[in-house]
Ligand binder design. Structure first.
Ligand code: ADP
Length: 242
C-alpha cells in the first residue's frame, strides 16, 4: 500500500440505472482498522455502493481505491483476490454441503489456493473463528439463521481479506444473537480488518462504527462519528421522509 493511504477510498462515485441516479458523487474513506457504517433510508443507494466496490457493478464515473491503488471497473473475482470480501443481504450458502465443505469450496478461490488436508485444517480454523466449530459436519441448510450468517462470514474470511463489506449482516437477529454478532464484528476489527457495513440496526451502528456515512437519494448527506451524525437534522429528516 502507498504510505498513509486509506484501505478504501471512493471518490466522486456515480452509478445510474436509466434515469435514476442510484449513487451520486459519493465520497467515502475507510482508514486501516476502521469500521465505517453506511446508512440511509431504503433506496438511498447503499447496496449499489457495495456492488460498485466489490465489482458486481461498474460505476459510470468516479474512482475506487483499495490501499491507494485504483480497482475501478476490475472484475469481481480480481477484486476479491486482492483482499476485498463481502457478505450478501440474502445468505448464499451451499445448503446441501456441510459447513466445512462450504468453506473448503471457498478456499480454492484464494490467490494461493488451499486443497485437501490444508484446506480442511484452515476450514476448521475459520469455523472456530466464527463460533461454528461444533457444526463442521452439519449441512448448511440445517443451520439456524444466525449460524448461516456465521458460515457466510467464515466464507468471506476464507479469502484472507483486508477489507470486509457487510450487507445487513446483523439483520433478522434476535436481541441475544445481536450481542454475539456485534462481538464477532468487533473481534474482527481488533484483528486488523477494515469493515464497511450497511446496516439498519442503529444500536449496532452506535456500538461498532468509528464513523458513519449517511446516504439519501444516492448522495452523501453526512459523515462523522455515529453519535454526532445521527443527531443531525438532515439525517433525521431523511429517515422520517424515507
Ligand atoms: P439501498 O441499498 O439503500 O436500499 P439500493 O442501492 O438497493 O438502495 O437502490 C438505490 C436505487 O437504485 C433504488 O431506487 C433502486 O430501486 C435502484 N436500483 C438498484 N438496483 C437497480 C437495478 N439493478 N436496476 C434498476 N434500478 C436499480
Amino acid at each position: 500500500a502507498a504510505p498513509g493511504s486509506a484501505t478504501l477510498e471512493l471518490v466522486g462515485l456515480r452509478k445510474a440505472f436509466g434515469g435514476l441516479v442510484a449513487v451520486d458523487d459519493l465520497d467515502l474513506r475507510a482508514a486501516p482498522g476502521e469500521i465505517v457504517g453506511l446508512i440511509g433510508p431504503n433506496g438511498s443507494g447503499k447496496t449499489t455502493a457495495l456492488n460498485l466496490i466489490s465489482g458486481a457493478l461498474k460505476p459510470d464515473s468516479g474512482d475506487i481505491l483499495f490501499k491507494g491503488r485504483p480497482i475501478t471497473g476490475l472484475p469481481a473475482n480480481r477484486i476479491a483476490r486482492l483482499g476485498v470480501a463481502r457478505t450478501f443481504q440474502i445468505v448464499r450458502v451451499l445448503e446441501h454441503l456441510s459447513c466445512l465443505e462450504n468453506i473448503v469450496a471457498g478456499l480454492a478461490f484464494r490467490p494461493q489456493p488451499l486443497w485437501g488436508d490444508a484446506a480442511r485444517r484452515r476450514g476448521r480454523e475459520l469455523l472456530d473463528r466464527v463460533g461454528l466449530a461444533e457444526r463442521a459436519d452439519v449441512p448448511a441448510g440445517d443451520l439456524t439463521y444466525i449460524d448461516q450468517k456465521r458460515l457466510e462470514l467464515a466464507r468471506a474470511l476464507a479469502l484472507d481479506p483486508e477489507l470486509l463489506l457487510l450487507d445487513e449482516w446483523l439483520a433478522g437477529l434476535n436481541p441475544s444473537e445481536l450481542v454475539i454478532g456485534i462481538e464477532l464484528i468487533q473481534s474482527l476489527r481488533d484483528e486488523g480488518l477494515t469493515i464497511v457495513m450497511v446496516e439498519h440496526v442503529m444500536d449496532a451502528i452506535r456500538t461498532l462504527c468509528d464513523r458513519c456515512v449517511v446516504m439519501n437519494a444516492g448522495a452523501r448527506i453526512a459523515d462523522g462519528p455515529p453519535s454526532a451524525v445521527l443527531a443531525e437534522p438532515d439525517v433525521i429528516a431523511a429517515y422520517l421522509g424515507g
